[in-house]
Design a protein. Structure first.
Length: 169
């Protein structure tokens, strides 16, 4: 096991980084709660983590289970279990890959697409109501900064974190 070099944060920046870390923790906690709520709006039996998988399948459709495992950095068995739940709820289906008959691709069913669209619409209305008092430029700036942060974290994950999570299980 190798130790990472300790990063020294200048004292004048430390407070800002601590404040950011604290606010991100609150945002992530609330985001998980909202995802669970939106997931239940899609289907009362939908597990909180399965909502993100459903959204990803819709965005990447048709989606390979192995690509989903890599995207979420989880094992193939984890994706397989969640896919079975989504199939059992009638939200997704499988189709053959025209390029490789051994591979199944995942797509939303009509029911899944309809339920997801309703949940997304409700989520968007919620964000609009929440931010309706903000100047439009502030909303754009927040979106731009979050996009920049998300790109940074994706690059960090790709370059710094072990890839074993995507191949496990």
């Amino acid at each position: 096991m190798t130790a990472r070099a300790q990063t020294v944060i200048p004292a004048e920046a430390y407070e800002a980084y601590c404040a950011l870390e604290g606010q991100l923790a609150v945002l992530l906690r609330r985001s998980r709660a909202i995802s669970a709520e939106v997931g239940r709006a899609v289907h009362p039996e939908l597990e909180p983590g399965a909502y993100s998988l459903l959204v990803r399948i819709d965005n990447a459709a048709p989606a390979r289970p192995s690509d989903l495992a890599a995207y979420f950095r989880v094992g193939k068995a984890t994706i397989s279990r969640q896919v079975k739940v989504l199939e059992g709820l009638g939200l997704i289906g499988r189709q053959g890959d025209p390029l490789d008959g051994r591979v199944c691709l995942l797509v939303l069913t009509d029911e899944g697409r309809e339920r997801l669209a309703r949940a997304r619409s409700a989520r968007q209305e919620r964000f609009y109501a929440l931010l309706a008092t903000w100047p439009r430029d502030d909303v754009r700036n927040l979106a731009d900064m979050l996009a920049r942060f998300n790109t940074l974290t994706a690059t960090y994950e790709r370059d710094q974190l072990p890839a074993t999570a995507a191949t496990a299980g």
